[in-house]
Ligand binder design. Structure first.
Ligand code: HEM
Length: 402
């Protein structure tokens, strides 16, 4: 059994699994929890087990130096435990409260309109939704929120692409190329340099942006220091960029492949919020995350040792029939927010309110704007990342953009 499962985990990292990892995820979920003999990673795929791990005080997020991501990470929110995590989260969380995020709604709507206008103006009758729609949207929004000037947005896309490798778990095969490693290091250095300058500017002259809010965030006399500010900005860009783009793309793809659901969303635009929940469940942009056991514990009869890494297959848990009715069906009326697309517990996605807002505005606009959209299946191609799933090419043809 172990050989098959080890092969299964390796197959997950294989580019051939990218187009449809779900049969394999199902296999891994049903066999889980188990220890992958090649890597020593505990694989967790059932919904209830994932939730137990995410909420367990015996399990931590401090993966620094644990060798479970391909590229060394830095201490940010995502890989700290309480009490450091609690402190940073409280401070950074001030900038992502629903009330604060809501202020950016008109901006998100305006960016979506701009992008659709450009697509319509190109007069082409066909468009790559990755480069023309899903990718520019979150990067423009988060850059605007952070106060990054327009002319610098493009360079951010490149940095975000490289830094996304820092969250990919080290699955069995596949060393990073030196080119990618160099790209990650360069992106990091440039990023730090860029934000050091921007932070200095905002300290002198605060504006109505998230960066100024993060600088000002204070609790009981405590504030984020310069290094924490920079690492938080990097995290915000990385955590909120490819994930949100992929939410939109996985949503567009789900709708194109299920024309009845697209029709439904066109007729009932108020379903956009529920459609977003269904995309997060059915084709999660964050397919898996990792944890470290801080103490020994037993998970569903499996003994987990202190220090052992765990791989939580969120995308598998989201289709666990023990929790979701008819889980292989894409149904935007489901309105079931009980998925693990944003994880759960203390590290529950800090940007979930923003991601949900962007996703709903984008999918609603997509359904309304495109007349007779058709997926060009041959064009569909996935990014190499394993943990953050989404296409890097998705062409569709259409009659017109309204
Ligand atoms: C954490 C998913 C959008 C900021 C997480 C986690 C997941 C996730 C699964 C938990 C990671 C872990 O525990 O290891 C997503 C998805 C998104 C999205 C699927 C889009 C659809 C965003 C956005 C932002 C953001 C837009 C901010 C601009 C963060 C941050 C954390 C986080 C800062 C770390 C929270 C902590 O460790 O306390 N996200 N995210 N995310 N997300 Fe998101």
């Amino acid at each position: 059994m172990t050989t098959t499962l080890t092969t299964g985990l390796a197959r997950l990292a294989d580019p051939a699994s990218r187009a449809n990892p779900y049969p394999l995820l199902r296999e891994l979920r049903e066999a889980s929890p188990f220890t992958d003999s090649a890597s020593g990673i505990v694989v967790v795929g059932r919904r209830a087990d994932c939730e137990t791990v995410l909420r367990s005080p015996r399990v931590g997020s401090n993966r620094l130096g644990a060798g479970i991501t391909k590229v060394p990470q830095q201490p940010n929110l995502m890989n700290l435990d309480a009490p450091d995590h609690t402190r940073l989260r409280r401070l950074a969380g001030k900038a992502f409260k629903p009330r604060v995020v809501e202020r950016w709604r008109p901006r998100v709507e305006a960016v979506v309109r701009e992008l659709l206008t450009d697509i319509a103006a190109s007069g082409a009758g066909g468009v790559d939704m990755v480069s023309a729609f899903a990718y520019p949207l979150p990067v423009r929004v988060i850059c605007d929120m952070l106060g990054v000037p327009r002319e610098d947005h493009q360079i951010f896309e490149k940095w975000a692409h490289f830094i996304a490798y820092t969250v990919d778990p080290q699955l069995v095969p596949g060393e990073l190329t030196t080119e990618v490693e160099a790209g990650v290091e360069e992106a990091r250095a440039e990023f730090i340099d860029y934000f050091s300058r921007l932070i200095a500017q905002r300290k002198r002259a605060p504006r109505a942006d998230v960066l100024s809010e993060l600088i000002a965030a204070e609790e009981g006399g405590d504030q984020l220091d310069e290094r924490e500010l920079i690492l938080t900005c990097i995290l915000l860009l990385v955590a909120g960029h490819e994930t949100t783009a992929n939410l939109i793309l996985n949503g567009v793809l789900g709708l194109l492949r299920h024309p009845d659901q697209l029709r439904l969303l066109r007729e009932r635009p108020q379903l956009a919020e529920a459609a977003v929940e269904e995309v997060l469940r059915y084709d999660a942009p964050t397919q898996m995350i990792t944890r470290i056991a801080r103490e020994p514990f037993v998970l569903n009869d499996l003994q987990v040792a202190a220090g052992q890494p765990l791989l939580l297959l969120l995308a598998a848990a989201n289709r666990d029939p023990r929790h979701h009715h008819d889980p292989e069906r894409f149904d935007i009326t489901r309105g079931d927010p009980g998925h693990l697309g944003f994880a759960a517990g203390p590290h529950f996605c800090l940007g979930s309110v923003l991601a949900r807002m962007e996703g709903a505005i984008a999918l609603r606009a997509f359904a309304q704007a495109f007349a007779e959209p058709r997926l060009d299946e041959a064009s569909l191609h996935y990014r190499p990342h394993v943990a953050v799933r989404g296409p890097d090419r998705l062409r569709l043809t259409f009659e017109e953009v309204r």
